[in-house]
Design a binder for this molecule. Sequence first.
Ligand SMILES: *[C@@H]1O[C@H](CO)[C@@H](O)[C@H](O)[C@H]1NC(C)=O
Ligand SMILES: *[C@@H]1O[C@H](CO)[C@@H](O)[C@H](O)[C@H]1NC(C)=O
Ligand SMILES: *[C@@H]1O[C@H](CO)[C@@H](O)[C@H](O)[C@H]1NC(C)=O
Ligand SMILES: *[C@@H]1O[C@H](CO)[C@@H](O)[C@H](O)[C@H]1NC(C)=O
Length: 420
Amino acid sequence: MSFNGHTVSFLLIFSFIILLHAMIIRIRPFTIKSEDKHYLSYSRDSSLNFTELATKYGYQSQEHQVVTEDGYLLKVFRVSQGRNCDGRRRSPPVILMHGLLQSSDSWLDAGPGAALAYLISDACYDLWVANCRGNYYSRRHLKLAPNSSQFWHFSIDEIGFYDVPATIDYVLNYTGAEKVNYIGYSQGAGTFFVMCSERPGYCDKVNVLIALAPATRQINTKSILFRFLTDAILRLEHLLTKYGMYEIFAKGSISQEFLAFFCELNWITEMICNSGQSILDAYHPNSVAEHTARSMFGHFPAGTSVHNMARYGQSMISEDFGKFNYGVDNMRVYGSEDPPLYNLSAVSVPVVIIYGKNDRLVDTKDVEWLAKRLPNVVESFLVEDPYWNHLDVTYSRYTSISVFPKVNEHLLRYSFEDTR
Ligand SMILES: *[C@@H]1O[C@H](CO)[C@@H](O)[C@H](O)[C@H]1NC(C)=O
Ligand SMILES: *[C@@H]1O[C@H](CO)[C@@H](O)[C@H](O)[C@H]1NC(C)=O
Ligand SMILES: *[C@@H]1O[C@H](CO)[C@@H](O)[C@H](O)[C@H]1NC(C)=O
Ligand SMILES: *[C@@H]1O[C@H](CO)[C@@H](O)[C@H](O)[C@H]1NC(C)=O
């Protein structure tokens, strides 16, 4: 598709208005009741939660709660029984971790036959679909209220340090397995590397990491919109938090409700939303099915902290993969002028990397930079489809041919049929 100048300016302005809505207009998060959504002709799937979606399509799902060492309450869903598995189940458990501004539900939006959570369950793996702190399933804490500044003082640094290990420990303890197999997408892979660097021994609780478009250093990211967005938030972080804005792009916030409504209104707005996706990432003809586009904006964006978004602003300009850069405060926080770098040599686990040629959020150059630094890469697989982009990993209708066979090949290697 070729955009003329007017379309591009229009879409940029449109995106900017959505950003302003989210940031400037501080309306208390509100949620349109699902019966009202029905009258507004929202797609049914967009307002269903993980359990409801999985059940609707013939899968059995359980809800679990993980408590992190620093008190966050994270929701984890286990697809306990895939379709046609008749009690058969592969061990060990597989953990699936979403990317920035997503939730567990992002792994279902493409529907049976395409969404990775369904494909993995159809192959009878014991699938645990995680949620990191700050999204709508993990917006709770033992002591801190989600309207307090302390609750939102986190970025990938804390997600990797606390959430990933806590989720792994929970699944190991609950299932009695010795190790898990882990699939991390984008931020979900980056935070895994943070864990390996900062929590010695944790890497050894995992047989294999399958890193889908892993986000670490992102200096080559091409998406102008993502750069603009994260750079703006990085610059505005102090101002925003000063005025009590700690959370951003939350579900139920005006920006998300507006997107969910707007993207389903009619074919024109649907087309605009699809182009919006192409501008955020890259154009891939027909990759996202209409029913997926209608469902996904009920679950995306799922919310995170302003601090985490600011962290991405730093990833765009840093030559390395390190901790949050506090500038003059680094000395006080870290005892050094520069923020410490993450130790990628500590990622001892076998890593399979799967990435796309047309990914404008996590560029192939940065993935190759990462791969060179990981000591145990068993395979680095560039998806053949020349249009394969970042968001395709969760939303494409082609995952069953582009990505899943490779995922399955490596999972199988570390799995056995559980006859219990
Ligand atoms: C999902 O929906 C079901 C049925 O409405 C409800 O029982 C469950 O508590 C919901 N789960 C979450 C995590 O919101
Ligand atoms: C946060 O919410 C609680 C109740 O949920 C309320 O009592 C408290 O005043 C709120 N604090 C702030 C700073 O808004
Ligand atoms: C491990 O699981 C048991 C029951 O399954 C539970 O009582 C115990 O608290 C769990 N331990 C941890 C550290 O989660
Ligand atoms: C990084 O990790 C490797 C492997 O665990 C270790 O040998 C090395 O000393 C670590 N480097 C630093 C700077 O901590």
